[in-house]
Design a binder for this molecule. Structure first.
Ligand code: FEO
Length: 387
């Protein structure tokens, strides 16, 4: 049995057959759908798992129960990777009650045609549920990252069940060579990034609690060095700069824009830039590029003019940043165009709504391939980005 504390067991599952998480994120290390059971005088199960894992999840639960019967299914989040097996559970345990927010019950009806009107307990911010020795306290977490979300704090074991917050991509039976932060950052900015203010509000509420363990719905249970995770979440939810350096994002058709980018990389390094992260938007994972744009305080965008506009992958990237609430960065622009370059203007326009964006004065304008003048512009841009 996989114990988190003496009374709390992990009963989640690992998924290695998923092509795209939430229909868009590659998950080379698989994915974990976490679920927990709290064994007390009363028994509470925390969330279900993805549709395809109903049976193994119930089997894990049965093993943890050792013949007992659960009293509550606490539904913290209605996204189907966690809610898909509510009906299966309720059918198997006909005396159990579903505990969730009012909004979640509306969603339950819409998703699954059933909202358990006579077997439910609606909870809101501050509500408590006693299981015996364990008292659960519910915390509203609207828009982290859906409106119905609640988190749950177990006062006895000082455990925060944090719903999707503090989650990461990757199955739990697969070692992540990069450690926790890389896939947690890609997950956070891809999925929750737009809702920094709401996530920050929940962190503030959580800061009043004595938390020893964080049990998220994805990724590992966090038990040691909690300030590390909390500090990162504080930086991410406030759109702060995590790593000093410059992230450079480009597209290139015949290699000339790429050559300019590599020259910029060389110049930045020569001038002492602590880290230069270069991404090819047509070939690298878009979600990885998005997390880098949030991670660094300075970015350079280099692209070609295309149909009197900008190259498609750069357009998608900038639209995604704007849609995710990206803000507060310094931006350098490099454009290429064989007869009428307009890409810099197009990139600027796409970032217009991004708060506190400052553009570098130096702009690199390439007419097909690098000229001597371009080389001087790149040198000047590198200098300006490091100021
Ligand atoms: Fe893991 Fe928002 O679902």
């Amino acid at each position: 049995m996989n114990h988190v504390t003496k009374d709390i067991c992990y009963i989640g599952v690992n998924d290695h057959d998923l092509d795209l998480f939430e229909g868009q994120y590659i998950v080379p290390l698989g994915m974990a759908y976490n679920s927990y059971v709290i064994l007390d005088q009363k028994i509470a199960v925390m969330d279900s798992v993805d549709r395809r894992f109903g049976e193994p999840w119930l089997k894990n639960l049965e093993e943890a129960l050792s013949g007992r019967t659960p009293d509550y299914l606490i539904v913290q989040h209605m996204e189907p990777d966690h809610s898909a097996n509510i009906a299966l559970f309720m059918e198997k345990y006909p005396a159990a009650v579903v505990v969730s927010s009012a909004k979640a019950f509306t969603m339950m009806k819409n998703f699954y045609g059933e909202d358990f009107a006579d077997r439910r307990l609606v909870v809101a911010e501050g509500a408590e549920l006693s299981l015996g020795a364990h008292t659960l306290q519910f915390i509203g977490a609207p828009m982290v990252h859906w409106p119905e979300v609640i988190m749950t704090y177990d006062r006895a074991d000082r455990v925060l069940f944090s719903a999707d917050a503090f989650g990461k991509f990757g199955a739990l039976d697969t070692e992540d060579p990069e450690g926790w932060a890389c896939e947690a950052r890609r997950y956070y900015f891809g999925i929750v990034g737009k809702y920094g203010a709401q996530a920050q509000a929940v962190l503030k509420k959580a800061s009043a609690l004595d938390i020893q363990v964080i049990c998220p719905l994805h990724g590992p249970v966090l038990q040691e060095n909690l300030p590390y995770y909390l500090n990162l979440y504080n930086t991410w939810t406030t759109y702060g700069v995590e790593t000093e350096g410059v992230a450079v994002f480009y597209t290139s058709v015949y290699g000339n824009t790429e050559k300019a980018v590599h020259l910029l990389e060389e110049k930045l390094k020569e001038k002492g830039c602590p880290k230069v992260a270069v991404s090819d938007l047509a070939r690298d994972d878009m979600a990885e590029c998005v997390e880098d744009a949030f991670r660094y305080g300075k970015i350079v965008l280099a692209t070609t003019t295309y149909n009197a506009d900008i190259f498609p992958f750069m357009r998608t990237f900038l639209e995604t940043l704007a849609e995710h609430g990206w803000r507060g960065r310094k931006v350098g622009l490099m454009e290429n165009g064989s007869w009428a370059p307009t890409a810099a203007k197009g990139m600027k326009a796409l970032l217009e709504g991004c708060k506190d964006t400052a553009f570098a004065e130096t702009q690199v304008r390439i007419l097909s391939s690098l000229s001597e003048e371009n080389k001087a512009q790149i040198e000047a841009l590198a200098e300006e980005m490091l100021r």
